[in-house]
Design a protein around this ligand. Structure first.
Ligand code: SAM
Length: 278
């Protein structure tokens, strides 16, 4: 059974001449069963507005709509995609709004009604920047309830990494401080047209009502950034610019001054941030 009355994505791409552009991170998903599956991993969308970044020819957009999203707001930088997206809007009256623009510049909030979820097959060149913005809003809880995001597998692994892992760092700590984060799907390069060089994965991040451990957000971000900037260094050296008595503060937070950042868990980073903010 087709999920909607629209033509297959291969035909849409041919009809509108949407040859993929590398500079825009364009690797399209053409299998509507797969995009519906990604939409389902975002949870029950029937009472939610969904913000989608980079709808392209609309594969995930169609998945979100056929899975019942109350309303989708899609921000797309490539104007060539707009006619294809207009056809989707016509097939789902009143449920899709498309904004042509750069997701880094557009403020979507004026167009969204809570509760809000974010779902996207992100362009690789702005994916991490957008994620960090969503994870570091001025107030918590943020404007969104959950993020369902496709990344290169290596970035997805950095988001869910645990202490001791080679890829544990700033992204894991930022994400896991105030969210539950897990990989919900893995996709080989062949799932995309054109296939990228690397595998991809979908990460589901659900906002916690409050941070897992208390800490001032800005201080924690600064401590973590400095600690991992020189991740091979002992923390007493990497963090020496933070406080004159950094060794005592590290010990008070339960961290050996000779430890390296990649062995320190979230709870102890938060304890250190509290001591530094004092
Ligand atoms: N969602 C489609 C899919 O799953 O097949 C396309 C995903 S493709 C990986 C990324 C999309 O993001 C492209 O359509 C690209 O034009 C768009 N894009 C790239 N940079 C963007 C930006 N800064 N703001 C908004 N969209 C952007």
């Amino acid at each position: 059974m087709p999920l909607d009355p629209l033509p297959p994505l291969r035909d849409v791409i041919a009809q509108h001449g949407l040859s993929a552009r590398k500079s825009l991170g364009q690797n399209f998903l053409l299998d509507l069963n797969l995009t519906a599956k990604i939409a389902r991993s975002a949870g029950d969308l029937t009472q939610c507005d969904v913000l989608e970044i980079g709808p392209g020819p609309g594969g995930l957009t169609r998945g979100l709509l056929s899975e019942g999203a109350r309303h989708v707001l899609a921000i797309e930088k490539d104007h060539r995609c707009l006619p294809a997206l207009a056809e989707i809007a016509e097939a789902w009256p009143g449920r899709l709004t498309v904004i042509e623009g750069d997701a880094l510049d557009v403020d979507p909030l004026a167009h969204l009604t809570p509760p809000i979820r974010i779902a996207a097959n992100l362009p690789y060149n702005v994916g991490t920047e957008l994620l960090v913005r969503w994870l570091t809003p001025p107030d918590w809880p943020p404007f969104w309830q959950s993020l369902t995001l496709m990344f290169q597998r290596e970035v997805a692994e950095r988001i869910v990494a645990a202490p001791g892992s080679k890829v544990y760092g700033r992204l894991a700590l930022l994400a896991q401080w105030r969210c539950d984060a897990r990989i919900v799907m893995s996709l080989p390069p062949q799932a995309f047209t054109p296939p990228p060089k690397v595998s991809s994965a979908v990460v589901q991040l659900t906002a916690l009502p409050a941070p897992r451990f208390p800490a001032d957000a800005k201080t924690l971000e600064r401590v973590v950034a400095m600690a991992f900037n020189q991740r091979r260094k002992m923390l007493r050296a990497a963090l020496k610019g933070l406080a004159p008595d950094i060794e005592e503060k590290l010990v008070a937070a339960g961290i050996a001054p000779t430890d390296r950042a990649e062995t320190v868990d979230l709870e102890r980073f938060c304890a250190l941030a509290r001591l530094i903010a004092k």
